[in-house]
Design a protein. Structure first.
Length: 256
């Protein structure tokens, strides 16, 4: 016997998570709402829906990144398989690109679970001490372009405060930011990825679910990159230009 709480079908109906798909979901819920439903087993409230949608919109697109370039190059080689281009763009979601959201959420959630009654200031000190002792980079900080402030961070926190989700994970991350700047004596970028992980945690998402939300948002963003390549055609596409650049600037150095 196989069981699931996700969905079942009959000849004239489809049920997902206890909701009738056609009468209760289609036309009533947005795509981000379905992400929330899958993660938490219920449809979100109005503010939960707006917050999750804002977070996903904020990370769906960021121009030329490794994920978008991988998607474009894959489309160049297999334009008949756009799903392969989307998949290629998502396969690079790791600790450097897109993975910082998960790492931030994990650090915040585990720290709060380990010391639930501790002040955010003391927890922030302990987190930084631990990362400094191991030589690991603190997730959620730094950005090659957005310095000293990431505009997404301010917007995420502004909306979280407005809609009631500037909770213990977000305020802990802000405390870590303050302590880090105090220790280093200069401005440090708290990036959008870090804010995303903190606010998503305050929305009730477990850290193990964070990357699934990230790749769902980025998959939507990749639609535009693939559409742009298709509109230009293979001969004039960005991927073709990149391929030609690499081909013409490669110097073969035989090993001896």
């Amino acid at each position: 016997m196989y069981t699931t709480h996700i969905g079942t079908s009959t000849p004239d109906s489809i049920n997902i998570y206890g909701y009738d798909l056609c009468s209760e979901v289609i036309g009533h819920a947005g795509l981000a709402d379905i992400v929330f439903l899958g993660a938490q087993g219920r449809l979100p409230t109005g503010n939960e829906s707006k917050m999750l949608d804002a977070l996903m919109v904020g990370i769906a697109e960021h121009g030329f990144t490794p994920s978008s370039l991988a998607a474009r190059l894959t489309w160049l080689g297999a334009p008949e398989a756009t799903q392969a281009a989307v998949a290629a763009g998502l396969l690079g979601a790791g600790s450097v690109y897109l993975g910082a959201m998960e790492l931030t959420a994990r650090a915040l959630q585990e720290a709060r679970e380990a010391a639930p009654g501790e002040s955010k200031e003391k927890t922030a000190v302990e987190i930084l001490d631990r990362f400094e002792a191991t030589g690991q980079k603190v997730p959620g900080f730094g950005h090659p372009t957005h310095r000293p402030r990431d505009p997404r961070t301010a917007r995420f926190f502004e909306l979280a405060e407005e809609w009631g989700f500037l909770g213990p994970h977000s305020t802990l991350l802000q405390a870590i930011h303050s302590e880090m700047e105090r220790r280093r004596g200069r401005l440090i970028t708290l990036n959008g990825a870090g804010a995303f992980g903190a606010v998503l945690s305050d929305l009730g998402f477990r850290w193990q679910q964070v990357r699934t939300v990230v790749v769902a948002a980025r998959a939507v963003g990749l639609v535009g990159h693939i559409a742009e390549e298709a509109a230009r055609g293979t001969a004039d596409s960005t991927a073709q230009a990149l391929f030609r650049h690499v081909e013409h600037h490669t110097d073969y150095q035989p090993q001896r």
